[in-house]
Ligand binder design. Structure first.
Ligand code: ADP
Length: 316
């Protein structure tokens, strides 16, 4: 059997953790990238092949990133290398109470210039993928013309019966105004087969008066498969070909350490099972279990040992 071919489209940035000048920790991360790494960890490459589509530069750092990503098991055939651009970067400062502040240098990142090429690798190979994954951040970093090219390839994929998955991650600072975000999100929902919706992000995008209103708005979207995440409250799932909403309990977590990548790892856990033929409920259950582990550790990508038992069980 040929593996299921998955590609995520987005941006992975360099990460610096430092408080003032002096020693710092240098790493990398990004929402769609985190999902790709967890998906790779949750499945065998014989079953699911995971590609990451982004823009990188032609500099040393970009080369080091490629090396790292390959070592993590990601396929990089869809990466575009853009002369004169560098990877984006963010700095995390932590105050004495453990509160974190993020500072970004990403306006001119290579990822933003992905669609500069007359035809990107992803556009050339789009029909070879079974699942394409993108997020609200992917959309926010692209200019209008690039977004239209992305939507065009996603629409074709959806029409051809591929699973196009949209995660509604919303960063208000990346959008010039809320109305534009609303228009673009509706276009994203239109070209998606599966929507992963974090309820408070949905409330923020569509300026709903309450979470209840946001829930009604999300439940009325016309998308074949919808997953609504609401932190520790049950995850709601409406699988393809169904009109019923299923409530899938989250795990009890006594002490939440860091919620970074909760939604990203949920998406990976969900897709690892869904793309392998499991039901939407079983997939959501696995997504909840993986996210519960991730929030009990610091950082977006937690040590493999912390999830080894989970990912080696066929399902939970
Ligand atoms: P994001 O904003 O990153 O998308 P959410 O807060 O919606 O994250 O949470 C994503 C998933 O993480 C939830 O669906 C759930 O599985 C898990 N999760 C988040 N917070 C908790 C918690 N306090 N207890 C248990 N699971 C949680």
């Amino acid at each position: 059997m040929k593996p299921v071919r998955f590609a995520a489209i987005g941006e992975c940035m360099l990460e610096v953790q430092a408080n003032g000048f002096g020693p710092a920790i240098f790493s990398y991360g990004g929402d769609t990238f985190n999902t790709s790494v967890y998906l790779r960890r949750c499945t065998s490459s014989k079953d699911i092949e995971v590609s990451y589509a982004t823009g990188l530069g032609t500099d040393q750092l970009s080369q080091s990133l490629q090396k790292e990503w390959r070592a993590l098991g990601l396929k990089l055939n869809e990466v575009e290398y853009i002369e004169g651009r560098l990877p984006g970067m963010y700095l995390i400062e932590t105050d004495t109470h453990g509160e974190r502040t993020f500072h970004f240098w990403r306006e001119n990142s290579a990822a933003r210039a992905y669609f500069q090429a007359p035809e990107t690798a992803l556009e050339k190979h789009a029909d070879t993928f079974d699942c394409l994954y993108f997020s609200g951040i992917t959309l926010a970093i692209l200019d209008t013309a690039s977004r239209q090219r992305l939507f065009a390839l996603l629409n074709t994929a959806k029409t051809n019966g591929k699973r196009v998955v949209f995660d509604n991650n919303f960063r208000p600072k990346l959008w010039p105004d809320r109305k534009l975000a609303q228009t673009v999100y509706l276009e994203a929902f239109d070209c998606s087969h599966t929507a992963m919706i974090t309820l408070d992000d949905h409330q923020a995008v569509f300026e709903c008066a309450s979470l209840q209103d946001a829930l009604a708005h999300a439940q009325n979207l016309s998308i074949p498969e919808i997953i609504i995440k609401q932190g520790s409250s049950p995850t709601l799932v409406r699988p393809e070909h169904s009109t019923d909403w299923r409530h899938v309990s989250t795990q009890v977590v006594e002490q939440v350490i860091d919620t970074t990548a909760a939604g990203d790892s949920f998406a990976a856990g969900y897709l690892s099972r869904r793309l392998s033929g499991y039901s939407a409920e079983v997939s959501a259950d696995f997504g909840n279990a993986l996210a519960a582990r991730v929030i009990q550790h610091r950082g977006a990508i937690i040590p493999l040992e912390a999830i080894q038992d989970l990912i080696s069980s066929p399902t939970i």
